[in-house]
Design a protein around this ligand. Structure first.
Ligand code: SF4
Ligand code: FES
Length: 248
């Protein structure tokens, strides 16, 4: 296939950016989207030009590093799929594809398609994990957890922290991301001790980072590669209200 790519190029955080056209030749339908970009980059490097910067690591939907907006959709057209799992068989000869970085105030562009997502790390730090008590590790089976509760917690724990939910939201809200963490820990017995503090400090940190609030558009759920459900946000809101009425 021969494709026309319109790719966001930006030399640095404060440099002006623009869409630049490239032609990708000899694209096999069996290539992944990122392999196609690798081939484009090899061609640029051979010509002595600056390669297009983009993030990736595992390239199998695990790490959450890949972060491209493809034709306006974070992670591209396939539901429940990261952009590293997207394959070129999704496209046909002659197609044009526009590729942009995540766009949110809290995710400043580092270069080209790479954004700084450390704001999500600071949200996790604000939430903490669970209390660390001195003493021996308890036996794994000593804390009984009903199967349905364990499964719900695991569904929420599937979030890979990619930030697509933020990129898709018109408010650049991190509510789906935060709610996945809050649901995961608030369902489990180990997460009870800091339940109130966690939700309050995460929401305060999200405000400080410049993430917006939630207006129930559902765009986050639609693009989430791990299909984290928006019902997590309702749980987070209940957790927040509950914490405000909890005497500590
Ligand atoms: S909730 Fe989904 S879209 Fe948001 S960071 Fe987690 S995996 Fe990515
Ligand atoms: S590169 Fe790891 S999820 Fe895409």
């Amino acid at each position: 296939m021969r494709l026309t790519l319109r790719i966001w190029r930006q030399a640095g955080p404060n440099a002006p950016g623009r869409l630049v056209d490239y032609t990708a030749d000899n694209v096999s339908p069996d290539m992944s989207f990122l392999e196609m970009l690798d081939i484009v980059n090899e061609g640029l490097i051979r010509k002595g030009e600056d390669a297009i910067a983009f993030d990736s690591d595992c390239r199998e939907g695990i790490c959450g590093m890949c972060s491209l907006v493809v034709n306006g959709v974070p992670h591209g057209p396939d539901r429940g799929t990261t952009v590293c799992q997207l394959h070129m068989r999704r496209y046909k000869d002659g197609d044009s594809i526009t590729i942009e970085p995540w766009r949110a105030k809290a995710f400043p562009v580092v270069k080209d398609l790479v954004v700084d997502r450390s704001a999500l790390d600071r949200l996790i730090t604000a939430g903490g994990y669970v209390s660390v008590n001195a003493g021996g590790a308890p036996d794994g089976n000593a804390i009984l957890i009903p199967k349905d509760v364990a499964e719900s917690a695991m569904d929420s724990a599937a979030c890979i922290g990619c930030g697509a939910c933020v990129a898709a939201c018109k408010n650049a809200s991190a509510h789906l991301f935060m709610s996945a963490k809050i649901t995961h820990l608030s369902l489990l017995p180990q997460g009870q001790q800091e339940r109130s503090r966690r939700v309050e400090s995460m929401i305060a940190q999200a405000d400080a980072e410049g993430f917006g609030s939630c207006s129930n558009e559902g765009e986050c759920e639609a693009v989430c590669p791990k299909e984290i459900q928006i019902s997590n946000i309702a749980r987070m809101t209940r957790e927040y209200v509950r914490s405000r009425f909890t005497v500590r």
